[in-house]
Design a protein around this ligand. Structure first.
Ligand code: PMP
Length: 361
């Protein structure tokens, strides 16, 4: 295998150990003589794979009994619609806290289905910080409150679950930081995440929903968008993305072997600290995000000019440091450090940055 580190924001690198196991099991899963890809989703073999993945996830996140776990399709983007469709009527207020582009997309979509309101936003600060909860104009009758715990493009992350009135279900788009540290699921009504960063390959969407929110509040929700129907059919209303579900299961198993989410939290903290330190110790690199709100998953930074950034990206790629280009909407550099990124990758990036500065700074 080529000696590279892949800093892609998603689809992102998966643990090498998981990829090797998938490769070993590719043609013949567990002596069945067939690939997981070729099995009926309703057969005993896949049922055992699906249940094992679900149970391992329950163990990793400590998911309480009164929640259902759904393995769906449509990406996090479909959850922008499903959350609104299932939880709010057309006239119901639904509150959105917007700290970046994904939150903006979520509220725009919800406006098709309910009275979605932006109750706090850091747009005036170019999404470089998180507005304090004390300043959120929460609606007392909100059907739910939605936020984006990690904004993948802007590199802004909530490091605490916001304290909101208990009667309002909290909805979190955890696409880019789920499984990166322990979390208290009981604080949430609904949690969702596209798989392609910390869970597995693209094509799978994970949804964790509290039982009292399963039944849609309106009666015109299509079956495939109805949480209750997916829960009642164990996420097999139709053919699920079986291979992505299996790979997610391998990632969950790998996470358990690494020591679970507490160990991941330590690993991720260490990597992020190392990179932010390298950025902060010189004025050549600059991270625009407020210190307290910096993401451990997506570290964004700028160089003194766009020309230098272009040169940085070309040289980094030649040095085996891939996919460091910031999102096209904001430019700059972005290093995504999900669970699978080893410490060695960050060390290699930091030493490249120091060398680049010494030659170009
Ligand atoms: N929310 C967040 C925080 C994301 O990072 C992404 C994708 N990068 C999305 C939503 C959209 O996810 P998908 O492409 O799975 O629909």
């Amino acid at each position: 295998m080529a000696d590279v580190f892949n800093f892609s924001a998603g689809p992102a690198m998966l643990p090498h150990a998981v990829m090797r196991r998938a490769q070993a099991e590719f043609l013949d899963w567990n002596g069945t003589g067939v690939s997981v890809m070729e099995m009926s989703h309703r057969g005993a073999a896949f049922t055992s794979i699906a249940n094992q993945a679900r149970n391992d996830l329950i163990e990793l996140l400590g998911i309480p009994d009164n929640y259902k776990i759904l393995f769906l399709q449509g990406g996090a983007t479909l959850q922008f619609s499903m959350a609104a469709l299932n939880l709010a009527r057309m006239s119901d207020p639904a509150d959105y806290v917007v700290t970046g582009s994904w939150g903006q997309k979520a509220v725009a979509e919800a406006r098709r289905f309910c009275d979605a309101r932006v109750v706090a936003s850091s747009e005036a600060d170019q999404f470089h910080s998180i507005p304090p909860v004390s300043e959120w104009a929460i609606s007392s009758d909100a059907a739910y409150l939605h936020y984006t715990p990690n904004e993948t493009i802007g590199g802004v992350e909530f490091h605490h679950v916001p304290d909101i009135p208990a009667h309002i279900p909290l909805v979190g788009d955890f696409s880019s930081n789920i499984l990166s540290r322990p979390m208290d699921i009981s604080r949430f009504g609904l949690v969702y995440a596209g798989a392609q960063k910390n869970i597995g390959p693209a094509g799978l969407t994970l949804v964790i929903v509290r039982d009292d929110l399963l039944a849609p509040v309106r009666d015109d929700v299509p079956a495939m968008l109805d949480y209750q129907i997916h829960a009642d059919s164990d996420s097999m209303r139709n053919t699920p993305p079986t291979y992505a579900w299996y790979l997610a299961g391998l990632v969950f198993d790998w996470l358990k072997q690494q020591g679970g989410l507490a160990a991941m939290a330590e690993h991720n903290q260490r990597k992020a600290e190392m990179l932010y330190q390298a950025i902060d110790q010189t004025s050549f690199y600059d991270c625009p995000v407020r210190q307290l709100d910096r993401s451990r998953m997506n570290v964004v930074f700028r160089l003194p000019s766009i020309d230098l950034e272009r040169c940085f990206l070309v040289e980094a790629e030649a040095a085996g440091l891939l996919a460091l280009k910031g999102h096209r909407s904001v430019g700059g550099i972005r290093a995504s450090l999900y669970n699978a990124m080893p410490l060695d990758g960050v060390m290699a990036l930091v030493s490249f940055m120091q060398d680049f500065e010494s030659r170009m700074g």
